[in-house]
Design a protein around this ligand. Structure first.
Ligand code: T4K
Length: 373
């Protein structure tokens, strides 16, 4: 088995051209403005709105995705509510609910997309439910039409955790066009990033005023504070990073697509590996290929593969194992989601990032196949 000389990590951030970044820094130096809704943050929000096909009044940026979620939930008035979500996600989804005083209620996922199933979510709706938070896991789209119907039928809000879904389109529309609100993480491990950052895109433009207040302590001026806000503002350096990444967004998505295609080709003759192609989830989907998850036969095989790949200097991740319902704060949901448990036990996410060559991706796949033989 080939041992790679340098470690291959599951992901690496995109670093923009340094000279171009330095020019952006010069502008910040001239502006003498570093945070609190500066000109670069406003420019980034305008770009995001344009890219997502919405208005600047329907987009707000934040210091990270987790605080964006918290403020989104707080703005939607979810304190004291039950909110249905998935256990097959990163902890931030449930933490953000808990931290604003909502109770996450866990429902099972769809075996094909790995996203929350509308039919399973519906089983958990009670008079206490005020929202559903499905996650577009790996950038795979949830059943957006199913959630729209469910939201209307039961009178609950649909708030997507779209942390992984930047650039995904359904029927030519940006994925943020679905649901009442969507949150995109701009963490450096994401295909599009701002060093740290988060974005909320929402249908009701009236929400923006509240979000702008909450992300700046809910202080109105020197003498008035009207709510329990926090400090969740994006700063100018992060906005600059976001703007720099924007100038190459198509290239970033295209490189992920090429890596995905290389894995797909390499695994075509390997029945031991199931490599889902997001494009098959629906005919009108433009995927972003944010992650490259594989499923293997069972838990023991996955654990063996994960360990042996490490010996080869390939650092995969078991996103998303354990399930949230295995963690102390959410243990009350343990064993309530058998499909999620099955997938979490068999999944492994392979390296994918701008700069990983197609040849290296093929070599990684060949190493996986050799280990499994
Ligand atoms: N909702 C969902 C569904 C999410 O997945 C996330 C975050 C959120 C909400 C919250 O959004 P943020 O508040 O984060 O904006 C990572 C990320 O920290 C986290 O953002 C992400 N999801 C989660 C899925 O993955 P870790 O603990 O796996 O990251 P870490 O530090 O191990 O990094 C992964 C790999 O990337 C490592 O091999 C090292 C490499 N790396 C990482 C960073 C930060 C670099 O090479 N350079 C870097 O600068 O959580």
């Amino acid at each position: 088995m080939k041992k790679f000389t340098d470690p291959i990590l599951v992901t690496r951030p995109y670093f923009p051209d340094l000279e171009s970044f330095k020019r952006g820094l010069e502008e910040i130096w001239q502006n003498k403005w570093l945070s609190n809704n500066g000109p670069l943050v406003q420019r980034l929000e305008a770009k995001l709105a344009e890219y997502m096909g919405t208005r600047i009044s329907n987009v707000s940026t934040f210091v990270n995705g987790t605080l964006a979620l918290e403020i989104g939930f707080q703005t939607m008035g979810l304190f004291g509510a039950d909110v249905i979500t998935t256990p097959f996600t990163f902890v931030a989804t449930a933490h953000a609910l808990k931290r604003i005083g909502a109770t996450p209620v866990f429902a099972d996922i769809d075996a094909k997309s790995f996203c929350l199933s509308p039919a399973e979510a519906e089983k958990h709706i009670t008079h206490r439910t005020r929202a559903i938070v499905p996650v577009h896991v790996y950038g795979h789209p949830c059943d957006v039409e199913g959630f729209e119907r469910l939201g209307r039928k039961c009178g609950v809000k649909i708030i997507y955790d779209a942390a992984h879904a930047f650039g995904v389109k359904i029927g030519g529309k940006d994925i943020s066009a679905f649901g009442d609100m969507s949150m995109f993480s701009l963490h450096p491990t994401k295909l599009f990033h701002s060093a740290e950052g988060g974005v909320l895109v929402f249908k009701d433009a009236k929400l923006q005023r509240k979000m702008t207040q909450l992300r700046n302590f809910a202080i109105m001026d020197e003498v008035r504070c009207i709510d329990v806000g926090t400090n969740a503002k994006m700063n100018e350096m992060c906005a600059l990073m976001g703007l720099e990444c924007f100038s190459v967004i198509d290239k970033l998505i295209a490189s992920r697509a090429e890596i995905h295609a290389a894995y797909e080709k390499a695994f075509a003759d390997c029945p031991e590996v199931y490599f889902p192609d997001p494009a098959t989830l629906r005919g009108d989907l433009t995927p972003n290929y944010a992650y490259c998850p594989i499923l293997v036969k069972d838990f023991d095989t996955r654990e063996m593969l994960y360990a042996k790949l490490k010996e080869c200097n390939i650092f995969t991740r078991r996103y998303f194992y354990p399930l949230l319902t295995d963690f102390d704060p959410y243990i009350y949901g343990k064993d309530s989601c058998p499909v999620a448990r099955e997938i979490a036990g068999r999944v492994l996410t392979l390296p994918t990032y701008y700069g990983l060559s197609v040849d290296t991706a093929t070599e990684i796949a060949e190493t996986v196949k050799e280990i499994l033989r």
